[in-house]
Design a protein. Sequence first.
Length: 189
Amino acid sequence: MDRPSAFGADNLGSNPSEAILQMNKLILTITLIIVSALFTLLITRATSPREIDDISPEIPCEQELMEKSDILWVIPKFNNIPITENTEWCNKILSLNKTLGLHGVRHTFEEFKINRNEEYLNEGISIFEECFGEKPTMFKPPQLKISKNNKELIRNNNLKLKVITNQVFHKVYHCQDTGRFSNKFINRF
Ligand SMILES: [Zn+2]
């Protein structure tokens, strides 16, 4: 007896060429998802405000890099020298007319992975305010590392915390080209 109707149902998926076809479809779908995610990331990075980390009178920084950035991340007391000691520098930064954010206090290695108290953070906020005439509204920890307690401290001081997601979705330069990716790479991607 021939049972033509059973052929398709019983053999579904067990035909080797059918299995290969299914696998190819899956690979194609995954590839498409990855490509479109990368494309979206590139577009987002290209259209989001540009940032530059490690702004301090103690750290030489190309004028061109600062000018093409929208957000400058300032270290208020790098090398233990408050930026307020250089009012000329404060005025120069202000004249660029950029959004300014607080980038640690002294920018020691993983500075905010160590629990800091109110007084420690406040010193940075006060120096920033004295230099630029207004309090910071955003905070980015050095090396993007921050402890749970410090997150709380930042929140309690009404500072918006910017960490890894911010760094992924924005082009972020570094004054001395000390970022994980070079400024040249950031320019392209
Ligand atoms: Zn930094």
